[in-house]
Every structure is written in C-alpha cells, then in structure tokens.
Ligand binder design. Structure first.
Ligand code: RFL
Ligand code: PHB
Length: 389
C-alpha cells in the first residue's frame, strides 16, 4: 500500500494529525498497535488549552466538545490553609476547557470512520525502515497477514514506549530526562466535584489534585511513593487522604463514591532532540513527557501536530524543504517552555523525600508570594492557558 504520510499511533496526536492532513488533501494511513477499545480505556488528561480546542473547531469535530466541555476561567492552588485562585480569564483573556482525553479520542475516532480516515487497529510488530531516505516504509502484521506501507514521510505519534523514537540513530539522539521520586494515584468516580474549579494542593502529607470530567464525574489524584500498590489504597483510605490534603473547605464538599478507575502513574520530565531525522518526525509523547502537574502533555501533542501539519502542507504544496527542516526547532522551542512550567509547578506543589523544614518554608513562601502578586499569578496563568503557537 502507498500513502504520503504513514502515521504510527492512533492516540490523540496520531488521529489529530491524520485528520488535519487529510483535510488538506494529503493522503495518510494510521497504524495502531492496540484495539480501539483499549485506547479508549486509558484515563488521562482532562484540561484542554485553546491550542487543542481551536484545532477541533477548525476540523468541525466539536459537536460534543461544544455541548459537554466546561469552560473554566480559573483554578486554585492550595497551601494547606487557603485557596489561592488564579483567575486565568482576567489575567490572560483566555480560558481552558475541561473535557476528557478519552472523549477527544472518541470524537476523533468517530470522525475517522465517518470521513474515511484509514486506521489499522491491532497492528503487531510495527517497524520503520529506510527513514534516512525519501522512500521510507512501515511494516506490520495484522491477523497474521504482513503489510507494508510505502510513504514519503513517517510521523511517529506512538507515545513514550513506541518504536519511532527508537528508530532514530544513536548518533543524532540527544535525550534529556528527570525522573521524580513519586507517582500520582488517580481515582475516577461518578460523584459531583468538590469544587467548581480545579484545586492543586500542597499539603505537608504531599500533593493532591481535585479535578473533574463533568458535573457528575470527578477525577482526583494524590502523590504516592513509587513503590506503593493500588491494593494499599482501598477507596475509603483514598477519600480520607484526599479530604486531609485538599483542606477543610474542599473536604466539606467531597462526595465519596466507588472508584470506576484507579491507577498509579509515575512522573517524569523527558525531551528527545531532534524531533525530525531524515523522513521521520516525532510528535507528542514519543518525543517528550511532562509531569501532569499543569496539564501540558496532551496540549503539547496538539502544538506539535499543528507545527507538523504546517510543515507537511508547505512541503506537499510548494515543495518547501525549509518548513520540514524547521519543524524540530520550532516544536522544541515550545516543548522546553512547557517542560519548564510543568517542572516548576511539580517542584512547588509536591513533597520530596528528604525535604527539610527549610525546603517546605520555601514552598510556602513561594505560594504566599503568588497569593499576593498579580505579576506572579499572570506568569502562571499565561502558561496554564498555553503559550502562543
Ligand atoms: P499516546 O496517548 O500515548 O498515544 C500513543 C499511541 O501509540 C500507540 N502505540 C503504537 N502504535 C503502533 N505500533 C506501536 N509499536 C505502538 N506503540 C504504541 C499506543 O497504543 C497509543 O495509542 O500519545 P500521544 O498521542 O502523543 O498523546 C499524549 C497524551 O496522551 C499525554 O501527553 C497526556 O495524556 C498527558 N496528560 C495530560 N495532558 C494534558 O494536556 N492535560 C492533562 O490534564 C493531562 N493529564 C496526563 C494527565 C497523563 C497522565 N498519565 C497517565 C501519564 C494525567 C495523567 C494521569
Ligand atoms: C485530570 O483531570 O486528569 C487532570 C487535570 C489537571 C492536571 C492533570 C490531570 O494538571
């Protein structure tokens, strides 16, 4: 089979890129290792920047987003005693949308079927070949049959563990990594949220986050040591700890309910340079990971995809090689700024092993400064809504 761009991975990055390129008349084929049901079973992001919602509006894949997405004008930082509201709308003139990654993915999948975007789910042994040439190709097997896709370019949208980044030659690879000594234990439950906006809390016991998916579905997280097991956290213990860490005001409004999903995710900052080599591009989690404090991962995948679409359209329309050559630097410029914000918010809001009383006072002084400074709040707000493309 022959196409112009072979996309590996049908997560949000791969599907969004597929739709954007197809809308520009560029032929694409998407190859995904998992089944569609498995992809939809992963509970992940919940906060969308306009970077992403603008693309969904542009594609007219926004019916459910418009009906069910919640526009949030602000969010809160908590320091164990009070809520510090960051009024992002007043400070930046913009807002964010609370709408789950699962729903974004479902909408992109449904539109793929309606519009004839070709996606092979359940593709095994996906491998990249000849990426340094102008005629790269992808091979995979599905239902025991071997397939080969010849393309002009390959877009690696296959997440942190996919084969695309591994296909970059060691001679060009520059990985940067920071692993944090804790993870997030998340719970999803069909109960009303404890607050109408998100609360990121720094408590002496550790970090907690109150988030949501809708008026009747809540998403909460607490920081836990990396060796902690889900079995150590029956629902009651988790609700008790959330009530402590989120503080008395939020605790008074927590509605408890059975977990419909519970999982532990490690926290990591990771950037891989370059994001293009030869005919292979990386986009989304295949090239970078941010810790979830700040909600940047999915949104960065969207900005990569926007830059990559522009570059590929310029190439196929005008034979513009410069756009292709400039993709990596352009994307990385925004990636590093989101990495900085996510790292800074993680450092400010979590309890680190070996943290001294001095370290804790520094965090509290920082939070107190933020509470009293419009300049500090503005810096946080403009990063939270997303830096310009
Ligand atoms: P994905 O979503 O991992 O999709 C990659 C796809 O590639 C497939 N794949 C392969 N396909 C073919 N062959 C192979 N060999 C393959 N290997 C893998 C996978 O099956 C998968 O379908 O990456 P993508 O598309 O780059 O999207 C990135 C986002 O998923 C990620 O950045 C966010 O979820 C991060 N994130 C958040 N981001 C936000 O912007 N806002 C948030 O509020 C937010 N909260 C979060 C998060 C991530 C979390 N976890 C669990 C890491 C909260 C959490 C807890
Ligand atoms: C979520 O709702 O899953 C969520 C929200 C904000 C974050 C991370 C995750 O920073």
């Amino acid at each position: 089979m022959r196409t112009q761009v072979a996309i590996i991975g049908a997560g949000p990055a791969g599907l969004l890129l597929g739709h954007l390129l197809r809308a520009e008349g560029i032929e694409v084929t998407v190859v995904e290792r998992a089944t569609a049901e498995y992809v939809l079973g992963r509970i992940r992001a919940g906060v969308l920047e306009t970077t992403l919602t603008d693309l969904l509006h542009q594609l007219c894949i926004d019916q459910r987003l418009n009906a069910e997405g919640q526009l949030h004008d602000g969010f809160n930082l908590a320091d164990g005693e009070r809520l510090i509201r960051i009024d992002v709308a007043a400070l930046t003139g913009r807002n964010v949308t609370v709408y789950g990654q699962t729903e974004v993915t479902r909408d992109l999948m449904d539109a793929a079927e309606e519009r004839g975007l070709q996606v092979f789910y359940g593709a095994a042994d996906v491998a990249l070949h000849d990426i340094e040439s102008d005629a790269p190709y992808v091979t995979f097997t599905k239902d025991g049959v071997e397939h080969r896709i010849d393309a002009r370019f390959i877009a690696g949208c296959d997440g942190f563990h996919g084969p695309s980044r591994q296909a970059m030659p060691a001679s060009v690879a520059r990985p940067f990594e920071k692993v944090y000594p804790f993870g997030w234990l998340g719970i999803l439950a069909d109960v009303p949220p404890c607050n109408h906006e998100l609360i990121y809390a720094n408590h002496a016991n550790g970090f907690a986050l109150a988030s949501m998916r809708s008026h009747v579905r809540s998403r909460y997280y607490i920081q836990v040591p990396l060796d902690e097991k889900i079995e150590d956290w029956p629902d009651d213990r988790l609700w008790d700890e959330l009530a402590v860490r989120l503080g008395p005001d939020a605790a008074a409004h927590i509605t408890r309910g059975p977990a419909i999903e519970k999982s532990i995710a490690p926290l990591r900052s990771f950037v891989f340079e370059p994001m293009r080599h030869g005919s292979l591009f990386l986009a989304g989690d295949s090239a970078h990971i941010v810790p979830p404090t700040g909600a940047k991962g999915l949104n960065l995948a969207a900005s990569d995809v926007a830059y990559l679409t522009n570059a590929l359209v310029a190439f196929f329309r005008k034979n513009d090689n410069d756009a292709i050559a400039g993709y990596s630097d352009k994307a990385l410029n925004r990636v590093w700024k989101s990495e900085r914000f996510s790292w800074q918010l993680t450092t400010l809001m979590h309890r680190f092993p070996g943290q001294t009383p001095f370290d804790r006072r520094m965090q509290l002084a920082d939070l107190d400064y933020i509470a009293s400074s419009v300049a500090a709040q503005t810096a946080i707000a403009e990063n939270y809504v997303g830096l310009p493309l």
